[in-house]
Design a protein around this ligand. Structure first.
Ligand code: 13P
Length: 227
C-alpha cells in the first residue's frame, strides 16, 4: 500500500539554487506519495507535485509581522503544512497555538501535519509516552475534524540524534493515535535513514515517514520513497 513520505528540509539548503536543484533531483514517480517541505522563503519557487510548508500562522491577514498565513499558502497551491514540530514547541509554541493553526489550515483546505512527541524521553515507557501525547492531542485536535489531519509522531529524543525509536514502538503509538483520536494517517519521524526506513514502512499502522536529515540527500531520499 502507498504510504506518505514527507521531507522536512528545516533550515536547509542555504540558497534557492540549491533548493531547486534538490527538488529537481527527487523522483516524481515514487512508489510512495511524497511531499517536500522547503523553507518558507523558497515555497513559491520550488516545482514538485506536492509541496508543504514547515509552519504557518493562525490569522488570515493583518498586523502580524513576519508571519505567513494559510490563505497565502493556499494561493501558492500548498497542500500540507507541518504544525507543532518539536523545534517550534521548543521555542514556545503551545498546543493552543497548534490547534489554532490546524483550524486555520483546514479552513483553507490545507492538510495540517500535527507533530507530537515533544517532552518525551527515551526512558519513558509506552504508558508514560501515551500520557504525554494525550495531553498534546487533546488540545491540538480540539474542535476540529480529526479525520482531516495527519499526525506525525516524532519522539524529540530521536530527532537528529541517530537514535531512532523502534518500529514496534512507532506501530504501538500509531495504533493508539488512530483508535483514540480517529486520525487516519500517523507518520513516524526521528532519525529515519536509508538503513531503518523500510522497517517503519513495513508496520501496518505506520502510515509513512517524516524525514529530516536524510531528505537532504537526494540519493538516499529517492531510495526511501521507493521502499
Ligand atoms: P531527522 O530525520 O533529522 O532526525 O529529523 C526528524 C524531523 O524532525 C523531521 O521533522
Amino acid at each position: 500500500m502507498k504510504k506518505l513520505v514527507i521531507a522536512n528540509w528545516k533550515l536547509n539548503p542555504s540558497s534557492l539554487k540549491d533548493a531547486q536543484k534538490l527538488a529537481a533531483s527527487i523522483s516524481i514517480k515514487a512508489k510512495n506519495k511524497v511531499v517536500l517541505c522547503p523553507p518558507t522563503i523558497y515555497l513559491s519557487n520550488i516545482q514538485y507535485p506536492n509541496i508543504g510548508s514547515q509552519d504557518c500562522f493562525w490569522q488570515e491577514k493583518g498586523a502580524f509581522t513576519g508571519q505567513v498565513s494559510p490563505l497565502m499558502l493556499k494561493d501558492l497551491k500548498i497542500k500540507y503544512s507541518l504544525v507543532g514540530h518539536s523545534e517550534k514547541r521548543g521555542v514556545g509554541e503551545t498546543d493552543e497555538m497548534i490547534n489554532a493553526k490546524a483550524k486555520a489550515l483546514l479552513a483553507q483546505k490545507i492538510t495540517p501535519v500535527i507533530c507530537i512527541g515533544f517532552g518525551t524521553t527515551v526512558e519513558h515507557d509506552d504508558l508514560e509516552v501515551t500520557d504525554i501525547l494525550k495531553s498534546q492531542l487533546d488540545i491540538d485536535l480540539g474542535g476540529l475534524d480529526s479525520s482531516k489531519v495527519i499526525v506525525a509522531y516524532e519522539p524529540v529524543w530521536a530527532i537528529g540524534t541517530g537514535h531512532n525509536a523502534t518500529p514496534e514502538h512507532a506501530e504501538k503509538i500509531s495504533i493508539f493515535v488512530k483508535t483514540k483520536y480517529k486520525v487516519p494517517t500517523v507518520l513516524y519521524g526521528g532519525s529515519v535513514n536509508l538503513g531503518n526506513a523500510k522497517s517503519f514502512l513495513q508496520q501496518t499502522n505506520v502510515g509513512g515517514l517524516l524525514v529530516g536529515g536524510a531528505s537532504l540527500n537526494a540519493k538516499d531520499f529517492n531510495q526511501i520513497i521507493n521502499m
